[in-house]
Design a protein around this ligand. Structure first.
Ligand SMILES: *[C@@H]1O[C@H](CO)[C@@H](O)[C@H](O)[C@H]1NC(C)=O
Ligand SMILES: *[C@@H]1O[C@H](CO)[C@@H](O)[C@H](O)[C@H]1NC(C)=O
Ligand SMILES: *[C@@H]1O[C@H](CO)[C@@H](O)[C@H](O)[C@H]1NC(C)=O
Ligand SMILES: *[C@@H]1O[C@H](CO)[C@@H](O)[C@H](O)[C@H]1NC(C)=O
Ligand SMILES: *[C@@H]1O[C@H](CO)[C@@H](O)[C@H](O)[C@H]1NC(C)=O
Ligand SMILES: *[C@@H]1O[C@H](CO)[C@@H](O)[C@H](O)[C@H]1NC(C)=O
Ligand SMILES: *[C@@H]1O[C@H](CO)[C@@H](O)[C@H](O)[C@H]1NC(C)=O
Ligand SMILES: *[C@@H]1O[C@H](CO)[C@@H](O)[C@H](O)[C@H]1NC(C)=O
Length: 661
């Protein structure tokens, strides 16, 4: 979207001529241009720049996918990012401001299209969030419309600035915000709407599949821990102040056409530390905080929970904090949505539920629905018990088949995904000893030294077996647990990927031994695999993908993507990974084993940042010698949306059930 001078000027309470951050201090809503002026007033600090690049560079040696992402194979071949070369480029490039440096770094890392490997700097990312009151939907596989519920959402969530947007419509569509509900969008900034959709797909990151990145432009929903959330999509919400306004040519539902210009408005996030000046903005929001860096787990009280900066970037509602459980979770520069799905669209009368997991029985009396917004959010034990109780209850009420709605499920506990697969299917060769994928970790020299230090100490550096690299945490391919004497990263398995030499661990087997199922799984399966329909709205990632891939490719479950452009292949999930982690966790592994002074160890990060990585990579079902990450995951069905269906979970469930069963 091009930059236009906003039609409104939000008057600053504090006016400080030369301090562009003072101008916006103490205010909830400001313009994106004002936010940029504040951000751009910080010159690049060469010490911090070098530090950020060194931390990212050295953390990436633990990321499984660096060599693969240089050129991903079909159908993900638009992923071709040589991240190490780009870090070198950024290192030698000069920038007009620290913000410009951040935008380059952020977009560069996003070009990996890997929601596990994301750079977030809370100095800028989502400190102020850029909004429009008109989330979009994609109908009939081709037509861009303003969502029918747009005004219902924005008039509640953005009540105090609705008059600002109404004023912007004076002369073109008087008191017209509500009249835009459902309107067909003919042009965005004077171009075909798909120019804007595709421009966003090029910079959005997060998912390998092009269609999934296109679909992220549009609004969607998610079951959260306590409620149903509305996800605005990348058109109506930006984590950086990239756009000032948008010009739309629309056809209203009554047939009239209009040209409207609406400004983006920028709202301070609830977690942004209040400030009065550029100096206090920076000291409050831009420097490392508790949890930015790792700790020696045995000298810190932070050992049992994940740190706040990381949790904030995780795309799961609620708090996934049990460090002792293996996690696979998407990260994003925008926090998970807490905007409410309008009441009229919320599913009613769940049969039973436990927070992020809700169970329904459709009117046909034989189709059960599990809506699962994440594989964490509640405590692990509550989720395990809740999944079993809910499915058993659906069975007892007559359900013979199951729709699993995983829309926007960004992952969570890995063994939660295995457990759900296991209880649906029962004990079979595909669910025992494991219902997941075989995996390997990357095998850099420093990781081998971390393991060797644990081995040499006979485990005494990690008596509680908290460290990711502790041999006791893993099983070999024959599902034998490693002994404390085993350096499981030795010898490294050499691989050449995209003509680069790389090294991985031996293949690991089951990671969810029976004790990880804190609720004992029943002796018989609850549903036939072929009678399960995975409906993911395609934004299902990490542990959600581990579940969906194994159900679809091993159990014959059907998959459906709702929405999406009709001439673009729709994938039923993405960003499989195997296990995700981040810089601060790797730093804790290094500090706990006393290796921080090693030249390969990343230094402590100076700024308020998070760098995520894929730590283990799962191997494919169709081609077990290559990672699942870059194998095809075509949806069996694609349901085109109508105005009436979009973002209405109950209507979508009825429709997909009648389409597939
Ligand atoms: C640059 O950043 C470092 C580390 O945060 C800080 O100590 C130093 O004061 C900064 N330099 C300037 C000129 O702000
Ligand atoms: C990243 O690390 C590698 C290996 O340590 C080093 O050769 C390279 O110069 C580093 N790149 C940057 C941009 O610092
Ligand atoms: C979508 O297609 C259906 C069936 O062809 C048609 O009735 C409907 O008007 C179309 N909707 C839009 C928004 O174009
Ligand atoms: C929007 O709100 C109006 C008034 O409360 C209500 O009648 C309508 O059903 C709502 N529409 C949606 C899609 O939520
Ligand atoms: C459609 O709605 C617009 C905006 O309220 C109004 O100006 C126009 O007259 C309406 N057109 C018809 C055909 O009803
Ligand atoms: C900033 O100030 C506002 C208004 O006083 C307050 O509601 C908010 O909680 C404060 N934010 C933080 C992070 O302290
Ligand atoms: C894991 O590897 C073993 C040994 O090669 C194989 O038998 C098993 O099928 C693999 N499991 C999966 C889920 O691919
Ligand atoms: C660990 O030691 C036991 C007993 O010596 C042995 O049976 C087992 O195979 C070892 N595990 C691995 C993974 O080698």
């Amino acid at each position: 979207m091009r930059f236009l001078v906003p039609a409104v000027v939000l008057v600053a309470v504090v006016s400080a001529q030369n301090d562009h951050c003072a101008v916006i201090s103490g205010q909830t809503w400001v313009t994106p241009a004002q936010v940029r002026e504040c951000y751009r007033s910080f010159a690049v600090n060469e010490t911090e720049k070098a530090n950020i690049i060194e931390v990212i560079n050295k953390t990436l040696s633990f990321h499984t996918s660096v060599s693969y992402e240089v050129q991903a194979p079909w159908p993900y071949s638009d992923t071709h990012e040589d991240i190490l070369a780009d870090l070198a480029r950024i290192s030698s490039q000069t920038y007009a401001s620290d913000y410009d440096l951040h935008v380059d770094l952020s977009l560069t890392v996003k070009r990996l299209h890997d929601g596990h490997c994301v750079w977030v700097n809370y100095c800028y990312d989502s400190a102020f969030v850029n909004y429009l009151p008109i989330p979009l939907v994609l109908l009939n596989g081709t037509d861009v419309h303003i969502a029918l519920e747009a005004y219902n959402v924005s008039s509640v969530e953005f009540a105090e600035v609705i008059p600002v947007w109404e004023r912007a419509l004076i002369g073109t569509l008087d008191s017209g915000l509500q009249k835009l509900n459902g309107a067909k969008v003919l042009k965005i900034d004077d171009q075909d709407p798909f120019s804007a959709v595709n421009a966003n797909a090029d910079i959005a990151g997060g998912f390998q599949a092009y269609g999934t990145r296109q679909n992220g432009f549009f609004s969607s929903y998610q079951r959260s821990t306590a409620s149903w959330s509305y996800v605005l999509g990348n058109f109506a919400q930006q984590s950086l102040p990239l756009s000032d306004s948008v010009e739309l040519s629309v056809q209203l539902v009554n047939g009239t056409t209009a040209n409207v210009v609406l400004p983006y408005l920028s709202r301070i996030s609830s977690s942004t530390v209040n400030f009065t000046s550029a100096d206090t903005y920076r000291s409050g929001n831009c420097l490392a905080v508790v949890g930015t860096n790792g700790v020696n787990y045995y000298e810190s009280t932070l050992s049992s929970t994940l740190a706040d900066p990381l949790v904030k970037a995780q795309q799961v509602p609620g708090q996934a904090v049990e460090r002792s459980r293996a996690l696979n979770i998407m990260l994003d520069s925008a926090p998970a949505s807490d905007i409410a799905l309008p009441t009229q669209l919320q599913p009613v009368n769940p049969v039973v539920g436990f927070g992020e997991g809700q169970f329904y029985l459709l009117d046909d009396g034989v189709t059960g629905v599990l809506a699962l917004g994440s594989f964490s959010g509640n405590s692990y034990d509550v989720m395990m018990q809740g999944l079993l109780d809910g499915l058993v209850e659906l069975r007892s009420r007559g359900a013979q088949r199951l729709v699993v709605d995983l829309t926007n499920n960004g992952g969570g506990y890995i063994c939660g995904a295995h457990f759900l697969h296991r209880i649906i299917i029962g004990p079979t060769s595909t669910t025992e000893p494991q219902a997941g994928l075989n995996t390997t970790a990357r095998d850099p020299e420093l990781a081998r030294q971390v393991v060797q230090t644990i081995v040499d100490s006979s485990g005494t550096v990690d008596p509680n077996t908290i460290l990711l690299y502790n041999p006791l945490g893993w099983h070999d391919i024959h599902n034998e647990q490693f002994n404390i004497t085993d350096n499981w990263l030795v010898p490294p398995v050499a691989k050449v990927i995209n003509r680069r030499s790389d090294a991985f661990s031996q293949t690991l087997g089951s990671e969810c031994p029976p004790a990880e199922y804190t609720t004992p799984p029943p002796d018989e399966g609850l549903f036939d695999g072929s009678q399960v329909l995975i409906h993911s709205g395609d934004r299902c990632a990490s542990s959600c993908s581990l579940f969906s891939v194994t159900m679809a490719k091993l159990e014959g479950s059907k998959t459906v993507v709702v929405g999406g452009k009709n001439d673009v292949d729709q994938k039923f999930c993405g960003v499989v990974g195997g296990q995700s982690t981040d810089f601060s966790t790797i730093d804790s592994e290094i500090k706990t084993t006393g290796l921080k002074s090693n030249s390969r160890a990343p230094p402590d990060l100076l700024v308020n940042g998070v760098q995520g990585i894929t730590w283990r990579l799962g191997y494919g079902i169709w081609n077990p010698s290559e990672p699942e990450e870059w194998q095809d995951r075509p949806a069996d069905y694609n349901l085109p949306l109508t105005l009436d269906l979009a973002n209405n979970p109950t209507k979508i469930w009825d429709k997909v059930a009648s389409l597939v069963f």
